[in-house]
Design a binder for this molecule. Structure first.
Ligand code: TYM
Length: 330
């Protein structure tokens, strides 16, 4: 029996954060058994910001080792780097001709990144969402589990697919997003009004999956809260405490109301201490598994090569069909 296709990806830039885990990877794992999954290391996307080549190569293997340490099953799912399948860039060009400049101009991530990298606003940064659409449409993906910040890109992907299909027949499956009800936007610990990010300049703002346990505890204990001392979930008025509750709910599987009941009246100290213990309990075994996988580069390269071969064959089938409807010579 064929399972519906699920695809998602992460840029191998910076260091994987607890936000990536909660917003993306843990949902990939939860859905893995019910879907035919492809998980990408989107290195083509990563070069929209300058990367050191040796670091990029090292980070791709590191992220793969972390994916499997988080519980993804490389025997069952295809885990590979975007650059290993030439079809991504090829389809992105074709879809560029079906994406409107006005639409791309509205992408909030483009605006944010242009501000952050004002000295390098390259065309790749602008076309970034079209490459993401190509990643998804290349494999006839049905479900795309992502955090809240990717929602707008998913909507654009659906619009591009529908526009292409209206002109050329049902070539692409129109994908659905999966955005988790809890933890879709984990905020920074020092700046709880902005999302926790992999490439944060202030390392105390993010919890990295490879942080030492004592560093994690210290970061959580120093997280910015407020002065009224009341444990209550209210992201507008109390962004710091609400973010801690959100993280706690996601890592413990408990709901926010029950956490608020338990910690109400106790000040922030106990909440932070117990949250730190819960995050460390999640991350310690993950790091132990990561170290085992990292010690076996042949295993990691084997996973990538096998998956890329499988993905290439699948991508080719879509590209053949696209060429046919566009009138390209076969
Ligand atoms: P990226 O690398 O910025 O983030 C990877 C995934 O992690 C989620 N995420 C978060 N979730 C909750 N809280 C946070 N603070 C947080 N930070 C990041 C993101 O929503 C994302 O799901 N363009 C994508 C990568 C991509 C992709 C794709 C995704 C390329 N092609 C195809 C899905 C399908 C990106 O830059 O994600």
């Amino acid at each position: 029996m064929t399972r519906p296709v699920l695809l998602s990806g992460i840029q191998p830039s910076g260091q994987l954060t607890l936000g990536n885990y909660i917003g993306a990877i843990r949902n990939w794992k939860a859905l893995e058994d019910d879907y035919d999954c492809l998980f990408l290391l989107v290195d083509l996307h990563a070069i929209t910001v300058r990367q050191d080549p040796a670091d990029l190569r090292r980070r791709c293997r590191e992220f793969l080792a972390l994916y499997i340490a988080c519980g993804l099953n490389p025997e069952r799912s295809q885990i590979f780097a975007q650059s290993q399948v030439r079809g991504h860039g090829h389809l992105a060009w074709i879809l560029d001709c079906y994406a409107m400049v006005g639409e791309l101009n509205r992408m909030t991530q483009f605006k944010d990144k242009s501000r952050k990298h004002a000295d390098n606003i390259n065309a790749g940064l602008f076309n970034y969402p079209v490459l993401m659409a190509a990643d998804i449409l290349l494999y006839q993906t049905q479900l795309v589990p992502v955090g809240d910040d990717q929602k707008q890109h998913l909507e654009l992907t659906r619009d591009i697919a529908q526009r292409f299909n209206t002109l050329h027949g049902e070539v692409f499956t129109v994908p659905e997003p999966f955005i988790p009800p809890v933890g879709a936007r984990i905020m920074g610990l020092q700046e709880p009004t902005a999302k926790m990010s992999k490439s944060d300049d202030a390392p105390t703002n993010a919890i990295y999956l490879l942080d030492e346990p004592k560093t994690i505890t210290r970061k959580i204990k120093r997280a910015v809260t407020d002065t009224d001392g009341e444990v209550r979930y209210d992201p507008q008025a109390k962004p710091g405490v609400s973010n801690l509750l959100q993280i706690f709910a996601a890592v413990s599987g408990r709901d926010i109301d029950s956490l608020v009941n338990e910690y109400a009246g106790g000040g922030y100290g106990r909440l932070k201490g117990d949250l730190a213990d819960a995050v460390v309990a999640l991350i310690e075994p993950l790091q132990a598994r990561y170290n085992e996988f990292q010690a076996d580069p042949a295993l990691l390269d084997g996973i990538l090569t096998r998956a890329a071969e499988n993905a290439n064959a699948r991508a080719e089938a879509t590209i053949r069909r696209v060429h046919e409807v566009l009138g390209f010579l076969q």
